[in-house]
Design a protein around this ligand. Sequence first.
Ligand SMILES: [Zn+2]
Ligand SMILES: [Zn+2]
Length: 375
Amino acid sequence: MTQSMSLPTHTQAAVLVDYNAPPEVRTLPVPDLEPGAALVKVEASTMCGTDVHIWRGEYEAAGLSKLPLVPGHEIVGRVVALGSERRVDALNRPLAEGDLVAWSYAWCGHCYWCTVAKQPTQCESARMYGWGPADRSPYITGGFSEYAYVMPACSMVKVPEGLDPAVAASATCAFRTIIHGYEKIGRIETTDTVVIQGSGPVGLYALAYAVQSGASRTVMIGAPTARLDIAKRWGADVQLDVTSTSVEERRERVRDLTDGRGADLVVECSGRNAAFVEGMDLVRRGGRYLVLGASEPKPVEMRATYLNLRQLTVAGTMSGDISHYYRALRFLDDHQDRFSFGDLLGNRFSLDQVGDALLGMEQMREIKPVILPNA
Ligand SMILES: [Zn+2]
Ligand SMILES: [Zn+2]
């Protein structure tokens, strides 16, 4: 191991002790570094909508979140120490103390999904940071902490130094999921009309990707106005406010734009069942529907004939592997002059303000709060 004398033995972290209560700032141990692990000092974390759901205890019944936990899974940090077997990132670039890095969840690398299906995001023994538990080693896997522990099975990539670390952090959940989704649904043609449902961070990033990919026309369906304004600045040809238009009006508008056919590609980023039902009717016959946001556990009715008689292709993805992290970070770095990615970010919060940030995000006062544990 290459632990230096200056390695911290403890860290301050925002710890969720009880669901629905504000996380408490507590001191947690920094674990000894396993050979393939790394310790990073968190440069910036951003909050994901999932953090709010975790805080509200919505994943407790499924056994996914385990209290106490350090939330936060959109993180970039600087390498403080590397385990003896961690020498390079996922692109074989040397890693050194001080490098700004992002890292994937820990896939086991030897189950059916990791090796045969090559779908590690479905790994049967995945370990995701930001879900706990924080009362046993390695304690600090979440991002709302001064220091974070990168497990040996996590792949790491260097973060472009020209990128705002907070913007980079937002790539590590929201944007990498989108990259994964577009990869699965297939390329965007220059004649395509693309409809994005949902103007949160996922929807706005999905819009930027569609615009940059050369889509003929893009339509953003969402709210509130401030987010639709970002969509407009980023190149959405049409913005439809869900609070002032009906499902029928939106469908008519999309049909009008496409000679009555409907959209070639619809991307669901809203998380709502109602959006899914609506989206199935916005796709043209033979078109494609990419589902990224869906999160309601309640079932929804769907006509099976949409799949054969209407020949729709419906696909979805969750999370992403390290290739998606890399490509998301590259996209943000390459196109930051065209898209003002910083517009997505909300206020800056310290560790003792994580509760305020959760509330702000839940109440949609913040698109994406930034947590700066070391500020
Ligand atoms: Zn997330
Ligand atoms: Zn696996």
